[in-house]
Design a protein around this ligand. Structure first.
Ligand SMILES: [Zn+2]
Length: 75
C-alpha cells in the first residue's frame, strides 16, 4: 500500500488566486481585479496588485534607509 500523497491534492482547482472576498456580496474575487465580477462593487484596495507593490516597495525603502542609517552610525 502506498501512503496517500497530500502534495498533489488540489483544494483550489482554478489557477487564479482568489484571496479576498467582496465586501458587499462576499463573492471570492480574482486577485488584481478592480471590481467584483458578481455585483460590480468596487474591490477593496488590498485586492489590487499595485497596493502590495507600493507597500512592499515602501517597506524595502524604509529597511534600506534604516540599514544605511545604522551602518553610518558605526562608521
Ligand atoms: Zn460583490
Amino acid at each position: 500500500m502506498f501512503a496517500q500523497r497530500h502534495a498533489n491534492r488540489t483544494d483550489h482547482p482554478d489557477a487564479e488566486q482568489r484571496i479576498y472576498s467582496c465586501t458587499k456580496c462576499g463573492y471570492r474575487m480574482r486577485f488584481g481585479t478592480s471590481r467584483c465580477s458578481d455585483c460590480w462593487e468596487k474591490a477593496p484596495v488590498y485586492n489590487q496588485r499595485w497596493f502590495w507593490r507600493l507597500l512592499y516597495g515602501t517597506c524595502a525603502a524604509m529597511l534600506a534607509v534604516a540599514v544605511i542609517w545604522v551602518m553610518s552610525a558605526f562608521l
